[in-house]
Design a protein around this ligand. Sequence first.
Ligand code: FES
Ligand code: FES
Length: 425
Amino acid sequence: MNPPRTLSATRDLLTGRSGRPGRSGRTAEDAPETLRVEAGETVRVSFTVNGRPATVDVAPRVTLSDALRDHLGLTGTHIGCEHGVCGMCTVIVDGDAARACLLLACQLEGAEIMTVEGLGRPDDLHPLQESFGRHHGLQCGFCTPGQLMSAYDLLDHEPGVSREELPEKMSGVLCRCTGYRNIMDAVAEVSEDHPDGVPAPHNCATAALLPRDSVGGRASAAGQDEAEVDQGVAEIRMPATEPTVAIEVDDEVAATPEQIWAVMADTERLARCLPGAELVSDFGDDRYKGRIRVALGPVKLAFVGDIHVVERDGTDRRIVALAQAEDAGGGSVQARVLLTVAPHGDGAVIHAEADLHMTGRIAQFGRSLAGDVSREMFGQFTRAMDATARGEEPVTTAPPSAIAMVTQLTAARLRGVLNRITRRN
Ligand code: FES
Ligand code: FES
């Protein structure tokens, strides 16, 4: 795969409302750098999301809404029309409301972006979110992130805007449930309560969005404390029931135990060894937000979830991690993973144990095939750890194709059955 291209580009913001000068200070005269990108190449873009630095490698055609949702796991930004009409995807870019479906991620080098996740936290909602709740300003909730971000932008630029002006000023976001009256009541209350300006967002800059090495470490935030950091990852409790799949794998590798441990001790390097996986956020205290993609033929599953390394013992070279993740189709995986490495001849043996609890489409493979696919993924994982530990070829993080694995495994099983039949005859 070609390495990502880097660029420095500017853009003309497509704001949610017209007739108001933007705050970015960038103009159409700040001509974007021309950059030719071949088909299949990606572009590396660094920006700030909710106060946290983030870097993504994206194809040039990827929109900001897709980059936020698919690359950073920030699914609060909803996508409706993808044509700039409905306003569902409204986010704040450099201080102005913008349609995330009309901006390409590669246009946003250096931008400061705020999404609905930055507005507040479940235990510390922004006044706008409180007000929407009090006034029942949502029915299905699909337009709510866009309404909230549009309302924040309006009250930020025009504090004290009157109730009578709201229908026109808030017309950039459509509500298909037509709950406009309650939405206007909610925004009007915040406007009246805060005539000097809407309060600042409550959930910006409490953790870094990875990869850290390309953005220079965790973001710092005034007043940040450990309790705040912990808000990012839910407590993981493994089900008491029998796992859908239990795996135990021992793989001999050429790298030494010390070399393998150097990879195991670095969670980001370790995550990159699992095909299709990446860390999205580092919340400190060995708690992370991560993502893994698996291709099931035409069906692409993207699991986003929490990881907590609950044990990391450098003496015994042993790690225990808990993980829970969900995909957009309602499937879920919970896992307890144990990894150890021990000397073996001139190299080492990596021992992996995993209990996987699965629901949804991934579980529909059945225990046997899900087990085979999971074991094959662990095999790829240990081979990638070995290569990384010895500084060999770069590890590919392409998502694994479960169908391809299943086909290979089924073919291997058929060959075994045929061999047995042939031997009997
Ligand atoms: S999804 Fe962006 S405006 Fe409709
Ligand atoms: S609450 Fe359903 S679309 Fe607005």
